[in-house]
Design a protein around this ligand. Sequence first.
Ligand code: GLN
Length: 533
Amino acid sequence: MKYIFVTGGVVSSLGKGLAAASLGTLLEHRGLKVVLMKLDPYLNVDPGTMNPFQHGEVYVLADGAETDLDLGHYERFTNCTLTRANNITSGQVYETVLANERRGDYLGKTVQVIPHITDEIKRRIRDLGENSGADVLITEIGGTTGDIEGLPFLEAIRQFQLEAGFGNVLIMHVTLIPYIKAAGELKTKPTQQSVAKLREIGLQPNVLICRTELPLDADVRQKLSLYCNVPIEAVIEGGDVEHTIYEAPLNLQDEGLDEYVCRALNLQGTTPDMSDWRKFVQRIIHPKKSVRVAVVGKYIELQDAYKSIYESLTHAAAALDCAADLVLVDAEDLEKEGADKYLRGVAGVLVPGGFGDRGIEGKIGAARFARESRTPFLGLCLGMQIATIEFARNVCGLENANSTEFDPETLHPVICILEDQKDVTAKGASMRLGMWPTRLGKNTLAHQVYGRDEISERHRHRYEFNMAYREQMENKGFIIAGTSPDGGLVELIELKNHPWYLACQYHPEFQSKPNAPHPLFKGFIAACLAHQD
Ligand code: GLN
């Protein structure tokens, strides 16, 4: 078993997750079995209770773990299966150690960061590595070298390296080489200092991924090699991608990253054949046509809040040889100024998931616009609840119908909390989470799109369709196209008199891959293309 640790230097947001995932792709294409994990130094037990401004999207795994969005990169870039064991936070580590302490496991001893916290971190890394049956475990450490919170993780890695054998561990430091315009130069000093910081803890990076806006010339490479004590061929240029993040593995391959890593870790494996990946990238870079799709959300100014949705749209569009030209609409603007202003002329409308009542009426307006103008519509999670409320109000005449999330006193709670959920007061990990099966109705659009009778999709929500309204709504052309196998929970809805209107209670965006787009997204983009023509 070989272990690769990915650390970050100088600043955050360097794309460490992407670098880790890209290395994963390259090693997998060499025929190696790869698994990825992330260590997050914050004290939250998981990111499930953080808002998108703090944390971007919460990525949900098959087992229901609410994790960091980097795990989305890992799943999209590789074939590894991830579970809650693949995203460890300081919060979880402390939770375990403190529970052990209360049980009396350390009786007589003082419980300390070293060894108790570091032992727990090492145990989790080792267990994951051994249970995965992989050749290589790539572990990304969140945050930046020098952060106080990150220290126990770096210390644990120092010990881990000693225990696993230096030949079996590689440290890849993703760092920034800033360009100083006034001097007309790329500067290596911040990287030298962040490497010095790592050495202070006892870690010597083996590979530098140098994030830079300009090519690294021979001088800069030489300097980095000399001062950071890294062989020159392990100084890897990590330039900004030109068109799409999916170029990153190809660029890193050109720089010889996987070649070097395999040599350093004595890993066998063939030269990777990246032609499938390259074709996918080419389809993104040279689309034959484009299609305008509106996303109506309340976090549209944040790049990371709807990450998996944007990626899924990219995968689907590439598969259809087109580009999804996204029109990002703030639901609150739409609420104020009307759907027509923002949505006229778009080929499709997508309403993503969300929590809380800000922007809700705008999203309802968007759903109404799509229904009335026969524009393709895809609603995800909250998007399905929105579609339900819209239909109840404007087609069934149920005045002020709402979800009890937004109006607990509504006369028509078409979306509500189920009886057995009512007493749940804790906010962490208390939703309907993870994979749940859905049975699709025969002769539905959904069945046609998926091409199967039963599917399994990832969930993250509290509220559900209220079955008391089923008959009334169905009589008006609302179709319940998918339910839980026992028929008790509504998973997917569509509309009778509409060319393409689908909304699901789950999150299909967590199961789309570059060369395997999700059927719902692919169907949606195909419908948008047809609508546009
Ligand atoms: N707020 C809604 C619920 O809890 C929808 C959640 C979501 O879109 N992920 O049911």
